[in-house]
Design a protein around this ligand. Sequence first.
Ligand code: SME
Length: 161
Amino acid sequence: MAEELFIEKEVSKKEKYEALLPQLKALVDGEPDLIANLANLSAALHEVFAWWWVGFYWVKADELVLGPFQGPIACTRIRFGKGVCGTAWKEQKSLLVPDVNAFAGHIACSSSSVSEIVVPIVDVHQTVVGVLDVDSEKYDTLDETDVHYLELICELISTKL
Ligand code: SME
């Protein structure tokens, strides 16, 4: 596909995701390299939603290690069960954190980030192999609509493992 996204600016979040999903599928279709796909997916999400930080951590032994992302530099390693990312890995479920100050053990890679969503990515055995992490510098932007569509994007990634 052409290396350009077509998303209208003045539409709802849901409409943006609905327009984005097929374009993301087309973007990764035919490209077998995981790093290339994660890099383009993080760039696409950042371009459309302009979040403070969006990217991937990948499971390596007993840690999550920083993968492709868009945004400021970030912590490179997160232990199992630590922070929002390590907790989503441990609990094998998506976490929506509207206020990171209220999440005990939140890892502050950046003091500008105030709310966060982490979605696990699983392989065919339903084992968590990585997480998608979205950070916002605003309190009122991330919600269940984001969780729903980010889960669909992580399911897309699972089909490419
Ligand atoms: N806040 C995350 C750490 C990753 S950075 O935000 C990019 C956490 O608590 O797991």
